[in-house]
Design a protein around this ligand. Structure first.
Ligand SMILES: [Zn+2]
Length: 124
């Protein structure tokens, strides 16, 4: 999964984006890698911010999404150990975006000002 995420310049990827029916996602931010089973948000800030998002499942589509600026994410790591990550800013946004995937929600369900960008044609 990490290889696929990297290959597409992604910062997060959920298992169900690849057709795997697990509550599992990976994320990477500031060179820190997260792989979380059964992720849940245990704390969420009331304050939110609106930023542009995109998604590997719908390449070339971007939109403005309002998300909480801070969350605490709990779950299990790859060894099955309980973990808790306090995240703010971009990482908090990634966690919320990936958790939405696991609940069947795409960012376009929440976004405003959705725009499409034509993708560069790959030359082989
Ligand atoms: Zn996505």
């Amino acid at each position: 999964m990490r290889r696929i995420m990297k290959a597409h310049d992604g910062v997060g990827l959920s298992a169900n984006q690849l057709g795997l029916s697990h509550r599992f996602f990976i994320a990477e931010n500031n060179r820190k890698f997260y792989a979380i089973w059964n992720p849940e948000i245990s704390k969420i800030s009331n304050k939110s911010a609106t930023e542009e998002e995109g998604c590997l499942s719908i390449p070339g589509v971007f939109g403005q999404v309002s998300r909480s600026i801070a969350v605490t994410l709990t779950g299990l790591d790859l060894r099955g150990k309980k973990v808790s990550h306090k995240a703010t800013g971009f990482l908090a946004r990634i966690f919320q975006h990936e958790l939405d995937h696991l609940d069947g929600i795409l960012f376009t369900d929440k976004a405003t000002n959705i725009r499409e960008e034509s993708l560069p044609v790959s030359i082989q």
